[in-house]
Design a protein around this ligand. Sequence first.
Ligand SMILES: [Zn+2]
Length: 363
Amino acid sequence: MVNGVVLEEAIKNYIQHRAAASKTEVYGWLIGFDNPKGDVFITAPLDCTRYDRQSVSDAVPNIDELHIVSAMMIQGMGIVGIYHSHPREVFHSSTDDYTVQTLAKMYPNIVSIVTNGDETRCYRLLDGKIGEVSPTQETLPPTNYLNFQLPIKSQVHIGSKTRHDQIDSLVSTQLQTALQDSLEKCHFKLDGKRLKDKQRLSKLPSGSAVLLQPSHWQMPSKDTLTLQGRPILTSVETTLKARVIVREGERLRDLRNAIENELADDLVQKIASGKYFHKEKRYTPAQTIFIKYLQAHLKLYIPFGKPDPDQYNYCKELVNSARLLLKLGKQAEALILLLGLSKYFGGVGDKELQSEAKAISES
Ligand SMILES: [Zn+2]
């Protein structure tokens, strides 16, 4: 299979059901990964939540969705395609061609699926032209992934009158130093044995313990002179998290790069939704949680205050996705998704949606 597409029956059914149930044209993103040959594996469909316009025979998703969805992806997975519905005839219109050509500038292997609820066709760019391809409906093997946790601690001088955005950047700089320092000292251990960078990963079952050594306390930063108001020494600690897809034959060096990127990204996201409490002299970074949705993994943040509205909207939409999965007989997958969603809604303090997710999973 070269330039092929793997689309599981369940995902095709999901897209068809969604199209058939809607009075207007629907749009969505296809999450997945590819291999060096250019074959695309679709792991989950994500429904578009924001449209620039939407009618019976027309839908234009808000382009910001691309960034929102990409920010929720873990290393090794991303948006590999789009899907949308047509009221009657299933074909790739000139507008659809244009959309795919535009997206292909960012991701050349992009796949485009069109459905009317009964019939589904799949297209992609072949030698510069849009052509139809027949997807293989084989079941995807479970994605092999590893979880990493790295606790880091540091001390930061914060001025009593320092602005909130300045506090964030002070904390971020200090913690990034702590992360770099700690990564330098890190080595990877699998089943008690130290792994070498040149090593290739052959069989690495999900859940294998690859250990990272945590960092030590950092000296407080010295640039207190630029602070506004009396300097207050605050200790900040958090646990950075990363979930990384592992492919057979991958070099440990590449895996290490992927993990380092993910940990650095996690730090930036945690601080972006972090909060400083002047009275308690305490800085609370956001918490990271992962949600498994079919064979895709979503990365979400639980801040102290209000959740990110875009991530929150996506999670609300995913409650409907879970309902649809139940309808399609994918009980186990729906339960795993609902469990993750219930954890997220509980974390952001939305008791109503938390109990709704629980109720659906128990029904
Ligand atoms: Zn179309």
